[in-house]
Design a protein around this ligand. Structure first.
Ligand code: SF4
Length: 400
């Protein structure tokens, strides 16, 4: 399995598959043909269906400002739902072309094998069960296992990731106004954060704070701000909302937050390796479900729960996200995405609470639920996998 660093990418929203991945693909392809004078890009599958709402063209033009971009909605027999065909020309002559796939979480692959430098496998284990066994044999915790495998470069990387996450929360809490795209959705994070209910209990305050942080990051993402894939842009508010609450409102120190990020990254990495974190491939269960699972593991780590309790918390969060469809209204990452980040954070908290006293009697492992999520995603009707052709996207009738 690859480094957990590859789960967290700092980039521009609103979609890791549709903006971060295509941006990186354009950058890589341009580096192959620096002498080209014309670039031509065709988007297929989900990128063709929702690319406009998700800002794919804009992301590519940041690297290739004069690229000619086409959408091909007809071809359905694709190697991956997020496929792009890049061509480079000089003086009217084709220099070369490449099919590149945006495989989720901002990662890319290209036809004929290969991917970015991030392809190096550093974990000999592939499943969570294998990792737990290794930790048990060595008598080490999950945290120790990760830091031993990743080496000293992990801490500064996670520190940069955490700084970007906090900045996204804080920018989102300060911002007001309408989100782009035509749905006329207003930013509400600041209002949620500042509006105290009459006679509010500490529990309600806690939920309100976490909700405001999740909204803040998700609204930043919808507004094309800089966020961190955790594991995707669409689900980028779940994990930071809980970690921000634990640091700011509960006083957990920086080093413990980074350890929690590491364990969350391991969970996201196992899901990505053995299943998918792409809404286009497996629906929203792969995005918000994975984010919720990661956040549950992070919270369990901060509370000092055992490796098995941590696994169970992550399993519960995913199990009860199974079947969650992707149906973004207008192809924008706003409805249901923003609210769903808050719900994902709440589910993570519930999962941790259950795991404290239920771990001994559970029947389903984390690996089982990851495999189930993947199979469910593969069986899902295509219109529930980020095409904006089903569910809320279809039912919502107001003009966009
Ligand atoms: S519905 Fe879920 S998977 Fe689909 S775009 Fe929104 S957050 Fe991503």
């Amino acid at each position: 399995m690859r480094s957990i660093k590859t789960v967290y990418k700092i980039g521009q929203g609103p979609s890791s598959s549709h903006t971060v991945g295509p941006f990186r693909a354009a950058k890589w392809f341009k580096s192959l043909y620096p002498e080209a004078d014309v670039f031509d890009v065709t988007l297929f599958g989900s990128l063709a269906f929702t690319g406009e709402g998700h800002g794919t063209g804009k992301a590519i033009r940041r690297i290739l400002p004069d690229a000619v971009i086409h959408c091909n909605n007809d071809e359905t027999d694709l190697p991956h739902p997020n496929t792009m065909l890049f061509k480079a020309f000089r003086g009217g002559e084709l220099l070369g072309s490449k099919r590149i796939f945006s495989i989720g979480g901002g990662s890319i692959r290209w036809e004929g094998g290969g991917g970015h430098e991030e392809d190096r496998e550093i974990y000999p284990q592939k499943t969570f069960g294998e990792m737990l066994y290794h930790c048990h044999q060595e008598g080490i915790s999950l945290k120790e296992f990760i830091y031993r495998t990743e080496g000293p470069s992990l801490t500064p990387y996670l520190a940069a990731v955490w700084a970007a996450m906090k900045e996204a929360v804080e920018r989102g809490l300060a911002a007001e106004g309408e989100l782009p795209g035509g749905l006329h959705n207003k930013r509400v994070a600041k209002m949620i954060n500042k509006t105290r209910c009459y006679n509010e209990s500490p529990d309600v305050t806690m939920n309100r704070m976490i909700a405001s942080y999740a909204y803040a990051v998700s609204e930043e993402n919808a507004d094309e701000g800089v966020v961190v894939t955790a594991p995707t842009c669409g689900s980028c508010g779940v994990l930071p909302s809980l970690l921000y609450f634990m640091q700011k409102d509960k006083g957990f120190p920086e080093n413990e937050i980074l350890e929690a990020l590491a364990v969350a990254g391991l969970i996201g990495n196992v899901i990505r390796t053995n299943a998918s974190i792409s809404g286009a491939e497996c629906g929203c269960q792969a995005e918000i479900g994975s984010a919720s699972s990661m956040a549950a593991a992070a919270l369990a780590t901060l509370y000092g729960l055992s490796a098995k309790q941590t696994e169970y918390a992550a399993e519960i969060a995913m199990e009860h996200s199974l079947g969650l469809t992707c149906d973004p209204v207008g192809g924008l990452v706003q409805i249901p995405c923003i609210e769903r980040n808050t719900v994902g954070a709440m589910r993570a908290m519930d999962a941790v609470n259950l795991s404290r006293f239920m771990t001994g009697i559970r029947k389903i492992s984390f690996d089982d639920v990851v495999e189930t999520m993947y199979q469910t995603g593969k069986d899902m009707n295509e219109k529930y996998r980020e095409t904006a052709h089903g569910g809320l996207a279809e039912i919502y009738r107001k003009p966009v």
